[in-house]
Design a protein around this ligand. Sequence first.
Ligand SMILES: Nc1nc2c(ncn2[C@@H]2O[C@H](COP(=O)(O)OP(=O)(O)OP(=O)(O)O)[C@@H](O)[C@H]2O)c(=O)[nH]1
Ligand SMILES: [Mg+2]
Ligand SMILES: [Zn+2]
Length: 312
Amino acid sequence: MSKNFEGIVVKSTGSWYVVREKSTGKQINCRIKGKFRIQGIKSTNPVCVGDHVMFIELPNEESGLIIEIMERHNYIIRKATKLSKLSHIIAANIDQAILIVTLTHPRTSTGFIDRFLVTAEAYHIPAIIVFNKIDLYNIEIQKQHDEVTRVYSKIGYPCIAVSALRGDNLAAVKEVMTDKVSLMAGHSGVGKSELINAIEPRLNLKTGDISSYHKKGKHTTTFAEMLELSFGGYIIDTPGLKEFGLVDFKKEEVWERFPEMRELSPSCQYNNCTHVHEPGCAVKEALEKGDVSAFRYKNYLNILEDDEFRRR
Ligand SMILES: Nc1nc2c(ncn2[C@@H]2O[C@H](COP(=O)(O)OP(=O)(O)OP(=O)(O)O)[C@@H](O)[C@H]2O)c(=O)[nH]1
Ligand SMILES: [Mg+2]
Ligand SMILES: [Zn+2]
């Protein structure tokens, strides 16, 4: 009988997994034993970064075999592609999610932001929004930034404005990352890898070149990877996401993942109010007064129109 080791998956390429052994911190390449089916999720990747696993070392080889995956405390999941029935788990067992957005070069829509936040809410994963590339702002974009920041801060999402390139405000990002396992997500080209490099230069991650980052479909980071931070904690760099297709949702429960609706809902006339067409709806009243953001509400209605819900 070979000895069982406990470890955390720090990188997954689909066929190989790099696992960090828990007590020694040693990293070992592993394969998986047969096919895993976890918690009934139809996923393109049975094992993901952040998974806690048991593995054995293969004799006479510098590699191991994953034999068991521990239950996940949480995970961030999305539809593999727009029309796919399969889903893709981006990472598991994280303390927080840092969404990197840029209002320019490239532009991240609030629709994308809200879909991501709604998924984080499902597992009560604290989400932080980092606005990168503030060095590229003009007056118009600065105005948009101020408005978007006001809305998200008000409903409880911390917002940090940075420039990875110029080095603005990196200390604030470092502070939230310290001693936590953080997922870093966002569109391709928003500067996820550049920001990690700015904070931890020794990691020297590959970043996209200036001339091509605005082109769609360019992915510099190709595999998710968990990296150790010298000031304590881990950061998971991920490949850029084009869209964020929601999975595992009940239509009637979507509003519960909007903190502002969660807060107002007890004041609605009907206790099963969906905040769409019901009379005496506190959310719609607040919307009219401007206390609930119009763009957030629009994104909510948009999510309800998803194919995901139509199919049922
Ligand atoms: N002007 C400006 N450019 C930046 C900033 N941060 C990153 N960039 C540039 O944006 C481009 C993309 O940066 P990456 O770090 O590769 O982007 P990414 O989010 O990791 O992209 P993927 O790995 O494809 O998901 C690079 O050319 C960076 O130099 C910034 O704060 N300001
Ligand atoms: Mg990258
Ligand atoms: Zn209501």
